[in-house]
Design a protein around this ligand. Sequence first.
Ligand code: PMM
Length: 267
Amino acid sequence: MTLIMGAVNVTPDSFSDGGRYLQAEAAIAHGLELVADGADILDIGGESTRPGAVRIDPALERERVLPVIRELAAAGAVVSVDTMHAETARAAVEAGARIINDVAGGLADQDMLRVAAECHVDLVISHWRGHSDDMYAHAQYTDVARDVVGELVDRMEAAAAAGIPPARIILDPGIGFAKHGSQNWDMLRGLPALVGVGPRVLVGTSRKRFLAELLEADGAGEATERRRDLATAVASVLAAQAGVWAVRVHDVAATRDALRVAAAWRG
Ligand code: PMM
């Protein structure tokens, strides 16, 4: 069964749940709710990666995420830390995180691969070509899926050279990162090629702009959070059918139900 990673954003500017979980207490309660809803992993992030988001000081990032990670890990949750900063990753592992989720695939901080190797935890390597403020300037591909798979294989080799065994690696195509609307669909269509590379694959489509653009096409009205969550659940089922190991979502309950329907269908 495909695993569900529930996103817990401890940021004031994250586009989907902006500000609501800034307080550690609220974030912890939200994480526990996601576990009750069926999350297998909780992904705790303190820096928004939404298009145009402002970079934050890693010290502020740690202030946001560490209390939340400590508490949720102590409560028995499998915790992942969503960070591009090696120092934050190390502190998060010391606080109980078992997965480092780096949306920059180790490219934003030259110490990340070494720290991940030293920490002996799993590492999510996402496809990344630049920070949110200019990532669309890098959205040029010959063949999206082929290019992304090639670049992720390069990152995997860099990780191996840093001492991270393949069994510790999770690859992520970075949906929405340096990819325009239709390029995300090209990537999703090409998921089997990424799954074929070997390591576990994680996919995050949750509430992303390319889904909203689809839902709003032809004057279909505003893509509300509810509509985006339904679209996310469907996309997550299709990703599961393509063989991914896990999906990263905000509405865990909807995705759990959708994945159950797909599993029953398969028998
Ligand atoms: N997307 C976001 C944040 N973290 N991590 C991984 N591994 N994959 C993703 O696609 C991903 C991520 C952006 O989503 P949010 O800020 O709305 O949670």
